[in-house]
Ligand binder design. Structure first.
Ligand SMILES: O=C(O)CCC(=O)C(=O)O
Length: 212
């Protein structure tokens, strides 16, 4: 287990990992006429075992990021794979395959983020892939503790939408979401256990989209 992780199994999501290929319960949040977020609760079941296995096997690193012109340590741990890597856990490849089928795009890279406790977070941002391709799609599977996932329009400080993904929930952001909206997982003073997010991206533009 990565150091400093407050891990408490959810007690409701034990068992063998499996993915709900029917996407039962998926609902689409239409942000505006160009951007959307799909939310599918419990897409992955048996998520506790996936958390434990990734927490103990991933090559965690704490990256530095530039904030207000200063280099600071990112307040979370991360690890990454490409689907072509022999080291990529088969379940992550399966997730990429299923999402690629559904969204008609080649999801081929996976980064896993570990929020060790409520002080770990990710600041407001749009995904960096928006700088290299039009309308990148980003899928996220959340494991462990539920944390706020908030959305606001780029340039605004008003939070317009908030989800509480955890325990195997899937969130997919599409359309202009990375360009025209921002998202965050804020810090919390609540005593929360560790959360992991499996973020799934595509390295080539979707059909009909372009490189910038
Ligand atoms: O942890 C999450 O749910 C979001 C992660 C994210 O936005 C990112 O890593 O760019």
């Amino acid at each position: 287990m990565a150091e400093g992780v407050l891990w408490q199994p959810s007690l409701v999501d034990g068992g063998e990992p499996s993915i709900d290929v029917s996407y039962d319960g998926l609902r689409r949040l239409t942000l505006d006429d160009r951007s959307w977020v799909d939310y599918c609760p419990g897409w992955l079941s048996g998520s506790d075992a996936v958390f434990e296995s990734l927490a103990s096997s991933a090559r965690w690193q704490q990256r530095t990021v530039t904030m207000w012109d200063k280099q600071v340590l990112e307040p979370r741990l991360t690890a990454g794979w490409s689907t072509e890597s022999e080291l990529a856990p088969p379940l992550l490849n399966e997730m990429c395959g299923l999402l690629s089928q559904r969204y008609d795009i080649c999801f081929d890279s996976v980064w896993v983020n570990l929020y060790r406790d409520g002080q770990d977070s990710v600041a407001w941002h749009g995904d960096r892939h928006r700088l290299t391709m039009t309308r990148p799609m980003v899928a996220t599977v959340s494991l462990g503790a539920r944390r706020k996932f908030q959305l606001r329009r780029r340039g605004s400080t008003t939070i317009e939408h908030a989800l509480m993904p955890g325990v195997g929930d899937l969130v997919v952001m599409g359309g202009e979401c990375q360009n025209e909206w921002e998202h965050t997982v804020p810090k919390t003073a609540r005593a929360v256990g560790a959360r992991m997010s499996i973020t799934i991206r595509h390295s080539k533009p979707a059909y009909g989209e372009t490189w910038l």
